[in-house]
Design a protein around this ligand. Structure first.
Ligand SMILES: Cc1cc2nc3c(=O)[nH]c(=O)nc-3n(C[C@H](O)[C@H](O)[C@H](O)COP(=O)(O)OP(=O)(O)OC[C@H]3O[C@@H](n4cnc5c(N)ncnc54)[C@H](O)[C@@H]3O)c2cc1C
Length: 305
């Protein structure tokens, strides 16, 4: 990942995550967000990978378009779930043909139920580490992997979790992006654990993932993505802003959600995070507001845009 150095305005790099669009309206929204972010110069944008057949085709098409038709450095997520090794090779070939050289390599979760029993494809791979080796063996890809500040839900303990993260880094991953979290101390403890496990590999960038909460409904999404309930103190802050009728006080809830994300980002910057990775749900506005609070600037839109 070549764009993690400091930015000309002194801010640390940031990056954004998109999801494969579900329909035409969602795709239009994603493109509006992508054009908006282009003006803020993210280090990269990433596109998550869904396991279902039609989503898969749409993901490949839109990810390729992002790489070819924008100035954005595009990172394609790739999961092992439901794929034979031959299929994984073919998907990588498709990405390479679009000029994509950056992959976030993951095992993926069982489709339909992330907590369900993991089934390896009969001709596929068991762990992300094996996929890292496969990708690196195929040639010229930069590889990132997932890390988990509070441990992955299938890891029996944090030592096991850290050991396997280090194994992915040793297999050739150049950085990791964390699962979303709300407690910065969890991120700092992960960083300490990885360095203690392997001082060389553990020094590779650990990019924290965050998501601004924009409504009480996004709380549920945030909890699913972080795999943990929202800390009580944050929930209380949002609920206080929502008052007796949250539907009537949406703007106040949103304001507090942006404030919370800004505070988390400020602490991460102070603690030396290498980059801030935002889950956007294909919207630009909330992330741009957090970035503006942090002092990031937006380049004027080109004439006619
Ligand atoms: C930043 C980020 C982006 C994501 N993007 C997507 C996406 O686009 N699409 C999607 O479907 N999912 C995505 N996920 C979810 C991810 O696929 C799941 O969390 C999945 O359950 C774990 O993936 P992994 O790559 O960490 O797996 P692995 O690294 O394979 O780890 C899975 C579990 O196995 C353990 N383990 C690893 N190696 C071994 C070993 N050799 N022996 C014993 N145990 C081992 C690990 O400790 C862990 O508990 C993302 C997660 C993150 C954090």
């Amino acid at each position: 990942m070549g764009r993690l150095g400091p930015r000309p305005d002194g801010t640390i790099p940031f990056s954004v995550e998109f999801n494969p669009p579900r329909d035409a309206a969602n795709e239009a929204r994603l493109w509006r967000a992508a054009r908006e972010f282009e003006r803020m110069h993210p280090a990269f944008v990433s596109m998550t990978y869904g396991a279902g057949g039609s989503t898969r085709d749409r993901t490949a098409r839109v990810t390729g378009q992002l790489a070819r038709e924008t100035t954005l450095l595009t990172v394609a997520h790739l999961t092992a779930v439901g794929h034979s090794v031959a299929e994984l090779r073919s998907i990588m070939g498709t990405y390479a043909d679009s000029g994509i050289r950056n992959l976030l390599v993951l095992r993926g979760d069982p489709p339909g139920d992330p907590l369900g029993e993991w089934q390896r494809h009969p001709e596929g791979l068991e762990y992300a580490e094996e996929l890292v080796r496969l990708v690196r063996g195929l040639g010229d890809f930069h590889v990132g992997v997932a890390s988990f500040p509070q441990g992955h839900h299938r890891s029996p303990d944090l030592d096991h979790d850290t050991a396997h993260l280090c194994a992915k880094l040793r297999a050739g991953a150049e950085y990791s992006i964390t699962q979303m979290f709300f407690d910065v101390d969890d991120y700092l403890r992960l960083r300490d654990r990885v360095i203690a496990c392997d001082p060389i590999e553990g020094a590779k960038p650990i990019i924290p993932e965050l998501m601004p909460i924009t409504s009480l409904r996004t709380v549920q999404r945030a909890e699913e993505l972080s795999g943990r309930p929202l800390p009580t103190r944050l929930r209380e802050r949002l609920e206080r802003a929502g008052g007796a009728d949250p539907d009537a006080n949406r703007a106040a809830v949103r304001e507090v959600g942006i404030e919370i994300a800004t505070e988390i980002a400020q602490r991460l910057i102070a603690e030396g995070a290498p980059c801030l990775h935002f889950i956007t749900l294909n919207f630009a506005k909330a992330t741009s507001e957090v970035l503006t609070n942090l002092g990031y600037t937006v380049t004027a839109a080109p004439v006619g845009a």
